[in-house]
Write a protein that binds this ligand. Structure first.
Ligand code: FES
Length: 345
């Protein structure tokens, strides 16, 4: 079961220059994304109404998309405007289209009722094209329920164990000791915490205090700042959010999206980097390697976890830790939105 009235990240915007078409899958729905020669972005069912060939294998012709199999041609609304061998457009030859938007380097597709698509519901991230940010990006496919990936991102206590030598090691641990403050949001959760006396770089001797702060929003959008301040800042702030005039030493930023492709599979798109500073290529490479190694650890664990979940009755009660608060609250948000959709239909 998926929340349908929601924007899902389908792809990176830069994968779609004018005239390009790519295929994606969201909530078991094959979707062809294409950009017309004039720059308009279109999300269309990736299924030709003739013999169901993927339209993502077709070609963009001006403002239109032509199926590469037998040449049906569609306008941006999915209407067939040309059918080879006949003057008459055949019935049932319309392809469904989806509301689509571009924001912060991503292509977003609305999977629900088109009249409910509201771009104000798109969670704001860091604009990858903004020169204040220096980021590297990537994409990973998971063979697992997207909610297991969301649980993982809502509960960073696992950095101390699963990522002991990668992300956890880079910040010298402590993520499971200092519980975060978790605040429910209308469509997600806000998670923040201080970590005291942490190295400013992996293995470094200079100690800093780290302010970790992020929103996690439906369907699985993480927008996180990890900001390094002079040692002692956490106590001077009374463990509250640092004031705007407190000058940081370094700002790390992360932007991630979990998009279910099916019941037990999802795509994970991520960008990691820095704000307000241009790191050396070596520092950037080191940061990216730590991130990629950590994400490989996540995938191994979560896919293995999925296999055990598949062997376990849904009725089985699970132990609950204090660090489960944010994943629990986030699942409640998803369940509430699902209930709203079911009751409205
Ligand atoms: Fe597309 Fe035949 S399958 S035109």
């Amino acid at each position: 079961m998926f929340v349908r009235n929601c924007w899902y990240v389908a792809a990176w915007s830069h994968l779609l220059p004018a005239g390009a078409v790519i295929g994606r899958q969201i909530l078991d729905e094959p979707i062809a994304l294409y950009r017309t020669e004039s720059g308009a972005l279109v999300a269309m069912e990736d299924r030709c109404p003739h013999r169901l060939a993927p339209l993502s294998l077709g070609c963009v012709q001006g403002e239109h998309l032509q199926c590469r199999y037998h040449g049906l041609t569609f306008d941006t609304a999915g209407n067939c405007i040309d059918a080879p061998g006949t003057e008459k457009i055949p019935p049932r030859s319309t392809a469904r289209t989806f509301p689509v938007a571009e924001r912060d380097g991503w292509v977003w597709v609305w999977a629900g009722a088109p009249h409910l698509a509201n771009e104000a519901l798109i969670p704001r991230g860091f604009d990858l094209g903004d020169p204040r940010f220096t980021m590297r990006h990537g994409e990973i496919r998971y063979e697992a329920d997207y909610q297991l990936v969301n649980d993982n991102l809502c509960d960073l206590s696992h950095l101390d164990f699963l990522h002991e030598t990668t992300l956890g090691g880079a910040t010298s641990g402590g993520w499971s000791v200092q519980p975060p403050r978790v605040t429910p949001l209308e469509r997600g959760v806000h998670i923040e915490r201080w970590l005291r006396d942490r190295p400013s770089s992996p293995g470094g001797n200079d100690l800093t205090d780290i302010w970790s702060c992020y929103d996690f929003s439906v369907p699985g959008i993480l927008v996180m700042r990890t900001t390094f301040y002079p040692r002692g800042s956490a106590d001077r702030c009374g463990l509250a959010a640092p004031p705007d005039d407190l000058v940081p030493l370094l700002r790390r930023v992360d932007q991630q999206a979990v998009t279910p492709t099916g019941e037990n599979s999802c795509n994970y798109l991520f960008a990691a980097g820095f704000e307000g500073t241009t790191p050396s290529p070596k520092a950037m490479e080191r940061m990216y390697k730590i991130v990629m190694d950590a994400f490989a650890e996540d995938r191994t664990m979560i896919e293995a976890q999925q296999r055990i979940w598949d062997l376990t009755p849904a009725s089985r009660k699970k132990a609950f830790l204090p660090s489960d608060k944010a994943p629990h609250l986030f699942r409640k948000v998803v369940a509430r939105l699902l209930d709203q959709e079911l009751n409205a239909s």
